[in-house]
Design a protein around this ligand. Structure first.
Ligand SMILES: [Fe+2]
Length: 365
């Protein structure tokens, strides 16, 4: 059954009795048409937590209790990862052991799955601790968080998730041996520089030669730049010849890289990066992985304050499951900063000229 969130009828029509059958978000009937409205239902109506059933509509809205990934834990994780690896030449058992501890923290924080990863805000804070060379480690940490959540969505067992997280934390080790001038070079790379970059998956695998890691972890390091259509590197593997864990990190790695600021360009807004990843599904990426990725990724948590490209400010009311990049927004201020006296809603699915430029999310205490 498709449930469509619809603005409640005008209050006068709803004053005495329900003019239509009313449901909750899970599709459970709250009140039959014609029955008197109770105080409880009226309160739900005011909070827009009541749904009506409309035939033939495709839009399904999801409602999820979301928590933000705690920043203090995030910074600790990146700091630890940095101190374990920043001068690593070869990797030993002790380093892997320390990394497994980070994996445990990550799994503990993500277990509810409904976690909002506010990388934009975190990256802003990062500016203050620029004295460290955190770039690769921030990328690796973000990718690991996205990878674990995708694995959870794909119903990975606890054990497989641990290896998945470990592989994600190790996947770009080879980059530590790529000269920084190449990694951070503004503008396009020469053919020679690109050849050097393309070696990092195999260089990374070499660095792990002294450890006893399961094959899937090595595969993630070696194959994370392979592509579903066979156009990746280093071997040009395609489809299911690429290890499933590496197919996951292929998606999360690209999404993270698209949204990150580079010395030569600003990161894309998350909705745009997600739309690109979706567009590349079936070409660069396994469609099943992209599907899982888009299902867990929370771009706009409910109640998040958003600023639109027009300068209007509003609050996210509901997110369509099929198109999470285009939520329903209750507008609070117009582009001149004037408060909307009347309840005004903007359905971004209907208006493609407007989009969200900035998100601010604070959990309710
Ligand atoms: Fe990489």
């Amino acid at each position: 059954m498709n449930l469509v969130l619809k603005k409640p009828e005008s209050n006068s029509a709803m004053e005495q009795t329900a003019t239509q059958d009313l449901f909750d978000a899970a599709g459970v009937l709250l009140l039959k048409k014609g029955q008197p409205l109770t105080a409880g239902i009226r309160e739900l109506l005011e909070k827009r937590e009541v749904y009506i059933w409309r035939k033939g509509e495709e839009t399904v809205f999801s409602r999820r209790q979301v928590k933000a990934f705690p920043r203090d834990v995030y910074f600790k994780l990146v700091g630890s990862l940095w101190s374990i690896y920043h001068e690593a030449k070869l990797i030993g058992a002790a380093q892997i052991e320390q990394t497994v501890k980070l994996v445990e923290t990550i799994l503990k924080e993500l277990h509810t799955q409904n976690v909002y990863l506010d990388f934009d805000a975190i990256r802003l804070d990062m500016e203050q601790i620029k004295e460290h060379d955190y770039g690769t480690f921030v990328h690796v940490m973000n990718t690991a968080l996205l990878t674990v959540l995708t694995g959870m969505r794909l119903r990975y067992t606890e054990k497989r998730l641990k290896y998945l997280a470990l592989g994600a934390l190790l996947h770009d080790l080879g980059k530590l041996k790529v000269p920084k001038e190449i990694l951070n070079k503004p503008g396009s790379l020469t053919a020679e520089e690109f050849t050097i970059i393309k070696q990092h998956p195999l260089v990374g695998e070499d660095m792990l030669n002294h450890t006893r890691l399961v094959p899937s972890v090595r595969a993630m390091v070696r194959e994370h730049h392979e592509r579903w259509n066979g156009k990746g590197y280093p071997y040009g593997l395609s489809g299911s010849k690429i290890h499933m864990d590496a197919q996951i990190i292929a998606v999360t790695d690209v999404y993270e890289a698209l949204t990150a600021d580079r010395p030569y360009r600003k990161g894309l807004p998350p909705y745009q990066a997600l739309e690109m990843v979706i567009a590349w599904s079936g070409q660069d990426f396994n469609p099943r992985v992209v599907q899982a990725f888009r299902e867990f990724l929370i771009l706009y948590p409910e109640n998040a304050m958003v600023t639109l490209n027009t300068g209007e400010i509003g609050v996210v009311v509901a997110v369509p499951t099929q198109m999470p990049t285009r939520p329903l927004v209750r507008l609070l201020f117009d582009s001149e900063g004037r408060f909307h006296e009347r309840e005004t809603y903007l359905d971004l699915l209907q208006d493609l000229t407007r989009f969200i430029e900035r998100v601010e999310f604070k959990e309710a205490e």
